[in-house]
Design a protein around this ligand. Structure first.
Ligand code: ADP
Length: 200
């Protein structure tokens, strides 16, 4: 089982890289942001509930996130592994995920941290807002989301560093180059765990 967390500020390219990683390693891609946006588009009860937070650039409360993630993950327990994208975003979420995965004997393998400079993040978020139509991709909300990231999510880097699971990747390079580096990190992990045999 390969369980990955992809971690980075809004605009760091987590979503793009996660889709490519899921495809290559045959993992179940669980993006909490994507899940919530779909519910918002469909106008479901959950969608209307989370919209209040997302449109303000705030985090959705932990109970809702954990409940929905648990539900989605339980449907895919037969998958060769997961890539968690946009989750965990708070310490409570990270600790709950660890407890859950430990109980199942399938702990997080690696935490991939995508590093991008702040100026570049703004440029990307605002550029993306023009075509994505995402309600939270405006200048003011982007600033708030970055602050929320710094206050509530960035501390998780210390949490995962303490477990020796962080791999930092420079996310300023072109998409394919970033992807190559992520694959190298994953393959190195798999070889070290002897999941991929080394050719002598
Ligand atoms: P980005 O990383 O570009 O902000 P996401 O798609 O990951 O985009 O998240 C969009 C929004 O969805 C967040 O700003 C937040 O309001 C909500 N959200 C997504 N995942 C979580 C989570 N794990 N905990 C709380 N809120 C979340």
């Amino acid at each position: 089982m390969l369980n990955l967390v992809i971690f980075g500020p809004p605009g760091s390219g987590k979503g793009t890289q996660s889709a490519k990683i899921a495809d290559k390693y045959n993992l179940c891609h669980l993006s909490t942001g994507e899940l919530f946006r779909k519910e918002m588009e469909k106008g479901t009860l959950l969608g209307r509930e989370v919209e209040k937070y997302i449109d303000k650039g705030l985090l959705v409360p932990d109970e809702i996130v954990l409940r929905e993630l648990y539900r989605r993950a339980s449907d895919h327990l037969d998958s060769p592994g997961f890539i968690f994208d946009g989750f965990p975003r708070t310490l409570v979420q990270a600790e709950t995920l660890d407890r859950l995965l430990d109980k199942k004997g399938i702990p997080i393998s690696l935490d991939i941290s995508v590093v991008v400079e702040e100026q570049e993040l703004f440029k990307r978020i605002l550029g993306r807002g023009e075509d994505s139509g995402r309600s939270d991709d405006s200048v003011e909300i982007a600033k708030l989301r970055l602050n929320v990231y710094k206050e509530q999510t960035r501390p998780l880097l210390d949490y995962y560093s303490g477990q020796g699971k962080i791999v930092s990747i420079n996310g300023m390079e072109p998409v394919d180059r970033v992807f190559e580096k992520i694959c190298l990190a994953i393959d190195t992990y798999l070889v070290s765990r002897k999941v991929i045999p080394v050719v002598e």
